[in-house]
Ligand binder design. Sequence first.
Ligand SMILES: CCCCCCCC/C=C\CCCCCCCCC/C=C/C(=O)SCCNC(=O)CCNC(=O)[C@H](O)C(C)(C)COP(=O)(O)OP(=O)(O)OC[C@H]1O[C@@H](n2cnc3c(N)ncnc32)[C@H](O)[C@@H]1OP(=O)(O)O
Ligand SMILES: Cc1cc2nc3c(=O)[nH]c(=O)nc-3n(C[C@H](O)[C@H](O)[C@H](O)COP(=O)(O)OP(=O)(O)OC[C@H]3O[C@@H](n4cnc5c(N)ncnc54)[C@H](O)[C@@H]3O)c2cc1C
Length: 643
Amino acid sequence: MKVAWAGSREAFQVSDRMAKLVANDPVFEKFSKPMLGRKELFKNTLRKAAYAWKLINDLRLTEEEAKWLRHYIDEPNYTDLHWEMFVPAIEGQGTKEQKKKWLPLAQTMQIIGTYAQTELGHGSNVQGLETTATFDRQTDEFVMHSPTLTSSKWWPGGMAKVATHAIVYARLIIDGLFHGVHGFIVQLRSLEDHSPLPGLTLGDIGMKFGHGTYNTMDNGVLRFDHVRIPRNQMLMRVSQVTKEGKYAQSDVPRQLLYGTMVSVRQTIVADASKALSRAVCIATRYSVVRRQFGSRNGGPETQVIDYKTQQSRLFPLLASAYAFRFVGEWLKSLYIDVKQRLEANDFSTLPETHACTAGLKALTTAATADGIEECRKLCGGHGYLISSGLPELFAFYVPACSYEGENVVMMLQVARFLVKTVSNLGYKQPVGTAAYLGRVTPLLQNNCAVQTAEDWLNPDAILEAFEARAARMVIGCGERLAMFENPEEGFAELSIDLVEASLAHCQLITVSVFIQKLNHEIPGNGVKRSLEVLCYVYALFLLHKHQGDFLATGYLTPKQASLANEQLRTLYSKVRPNAIAFVDSFNHMDHYLCSVLGRYDGNVYPKLYEAAWKDPLNDSDIVDGIQQYVQPILKQKLHYAKL
Ligand SMILES: CCCCCCCC/C=C\CCCCCCCCC/C=C/C(=O)SCCNC(=O)CCNC(=O)[C@H](O)C(C)(C)COP(=O)(O)OP(=O)(O)OC[C@H]1O[C@@H](n2cnc3c(N)ncnc32)[C@H](O)[C@@H]1OP(=O)(O)O
Ligand SMILES: Cc1cc2nc3c(=O)[nH]c(=O)nc-3n(C[C@H](O)[C@H](O)[C@H](O)COP(=O)(O)OP(=O)(O)OC[C@H]3O[C@@H](n4cnc5c(N)ncnc54)[C@H](O)[C@@H]3O)c2cc1C
């Protein structure tokens, strides 16, 4: 199962080696992190990032190994933006000459970059950005300027204190004419003494949610006061500006300017299963250790994992972790394919890839963020302790619902893709993830054939149910949209239904990828059978949760919906004996989990007790402030009624 989770034996070995490398090196200790102040926390992260870079070079780690190393170090920092956004932006949007100049500098970290798109006033609406890049023909330069307070760049990771360069997105202006938003490579700091270059105001935007996790990152603010950069620092794969000030667009579609976001959204989907599996591992192990009620004749109480209600909250999350792992793997291969096509100037699959990355990013991050919080509740009161590992994980993870495309905004992008697909149905056969929309007649006419709970243990029945629900919701939206004279008005009016239809479409993708995975790639019958159980849990849990959709679209009868729920309860009993094996298969080491409740050896209570004594408040019996503020109250002998 460890191999099935990792994707291959080789992938397992690489990640396992890196997990051990990090866990066994005292530099990467992290248990004391929540006790550090912001400055210490930040410096500590800089130290770890520098040491990691040294390891990557000394040990000659491959790109894959380096990624895993950064993952297991488990502290967001400037290198995330450098590797995940700055470098891909140059790769995807730079010309050959630009790549030749900038990539070697970035790949050896002689320069450190960030991605400066969002502003104080605009994040989701990229076309609304206000920073200007005005071409000056006399000097062959662009003048970068922040004309308003709301145009201040706001959020870019690593920008406040570390990055030497940034890809800055700004409105291109030539001779007073606006030519849309483009990316520009801008140097921010001196490579000699790291001071901000003249004309730039740079700072940190302040502490963020949680304590020890995202505050390791220096998210920054940046303002330009007429800062000049050479013309050849505009990323020119999509559009070019000549030294005469002529603006030209190549055959490459404008959407490629958004290409870096597609790349990172894919990474975010691939990473969702890491965060969710981590929370599920903690909650499952603890649910086996924790006992409440049910003791008879002085015997042990019941393990909380044996309560059906605990199972009904935990096991769907376990199944979701596996579903997200497989859909992440699938999306990665879709992305690798589109990347190769884009390099060869084939843009045909970009719209579908954009819809998949946007929608699955929204689906997986929302479910993971909610799932981590559910796992905290599944651990009862102890889940609220930092030493459970869950609060920090939650604080680290929740912004994923907002960054790289706010989730609702992303679902609306999926909706645009679906509406376009439906309106083209007469003359263009949908392919890939939208292919089912080409079979609307049977999907709209046929109803579910399930008659017994057992009938739900059938991939074809499940797939057809999810296809019919999505097709009926999408087509229904399409029909209602057609009644509006102004399509944009209609889209806005129906946006709530459109977001729901998009979710149904994305859930169909996750369910069908899970089923495909079982059909083709699982080594070992035992592993395959166990994963089948999880696949059914995932699908039937979604069906139960969204049964309103399945019933309202008329595909299911109430009886069939209740048979699905009956089967789901039976499936929980099949998951129970393997629950620990399922979470051990994630291969998460204690160092990575950083959780007293999720320890591999199950030795929870002594370690919980021990961890409490490490709190700085327990350094002495009488702490600072007691004599000054508590003792006087005790000695005053006043009664509140007399005050
Ligand atoms: C416990 C601690 C653990 C720590 C662990 C650390 C481990 C480290 C290891 C690895 C690191 C993992 C990496 C993760 C890194 C994450 C870092 C996150 C940092 C965050 C960065 C950011 O947030 S950057 C800013 C992101 N901003 C956005 O996403 C903005 C969202 N807005 C948009 O994308 C667009 O504006 C929007 C699409 C919403 C609208 O665009 P617009 O031009 O107005 O309009 P529209 O008319 O809708 O579209 C036109 C046309 O273009 C198509 N289209 C839109 N987007 C794309 C696209 N991206 N690609 C292709 N096509 C696109 C759209 O469909 C339209 O098409 P048509 O309908 O015309 O055909
Ligand atoms: C931790 C973190 C790190 C970040 N790192 C970076 C970075 O490195 N570089 C960078 O450039 N940016 C970064 N960002 C910014 C991030 O990309 C934006 O915050 C994100 O894209 C959301 O945009 P917004 O803040 O403008 O949200 P808004 O769009 O203002 O969202 C507010 C609300 O409005 C709703 N809404 C907005 N538009 C619509 C619509 N059309 N229809 C319906 N509802 C709508 C949203 O659903 C949401 O509920 C980071 C953000 C965070 C939290």
